[in-house]
Design a protein around this ligand. Sequence first.
Ligand SMILES: [Zn+2]
Ligand SMILES: [Zn+2]
Length: 261
Amino acid sequence: MISFHKRDCFERAKELVERKETVALRYACLELRQCIESICYSKLKTYKKVVPESEFQEWLPKRVYEFLLEMEPTADQSYSVKIYSEDRNGDRDKLILQDNHETLTLKEIKKIYNKLGYYLHTPTISKQNSYLSASQKLQTTLEKFIKRIEPIVNTTFDMRLGKTVSFECEDCKHKIYHNADTLKVGKAIRCLKENCGMMYVCEEEIDGKYKFKPNQFVIDCECGESIFINYYKLKVPSHISCDKCKTKYNIDKHWAYNKET
Ligand SMILES: [Zn+2]
Ligand SMILES: [Zn+2]
């Protein structure tokens, strides 16, 4: 079975580039793209506790990095880590681990990933000439990418650094997590649970704690209960009943127009 581990993809790409054969270079593009995907996914796996796995299984690297940057503003920066043991008094004792963590920035990911992708498809007839001239530079381009990606492939550890806050989704009852440092009043947050997608808006901070209000259409039932409609789940027509008094409501969508001013 083919391994999608970053090191295996990287080694295969390197070997293909070293052959210096035009035909082999396109295959090297594929291996390098899969190497980048593997780097992104291994970081994402450190968030298993935060995001339901069923949700992120379908994410492409761009989506993964956007999520990581939202959760952890420093996720695209390289860093060094030193871990010490504690002595009996809780003071720093022996150095247990010292390592460097290298990563790619979101901008780099987009640039390299898209550039590699360019060579994986048959160009349209109008673009075949420019494709051929770009292919002539492919050997040098790939050598540059290999040099840039190598330290990241050699990084042997990954960790979650973001400080997270969480609250329970009113619809699916699962926890929604968000980075504490990137929260601000008015920010929209979506429940990441598969088949839920309920939207919330971050409201004022009281004693250092934010409140999260469903940002959805609300039916004020005559019994006093508020029924939140999850737009993400809404079909046309939809029917909903009040949990408290069981009154049924039909929901319909109407198109509207007004003159542009
Ligand atoms: Zn939910
Ligand atoms: Zn009711």
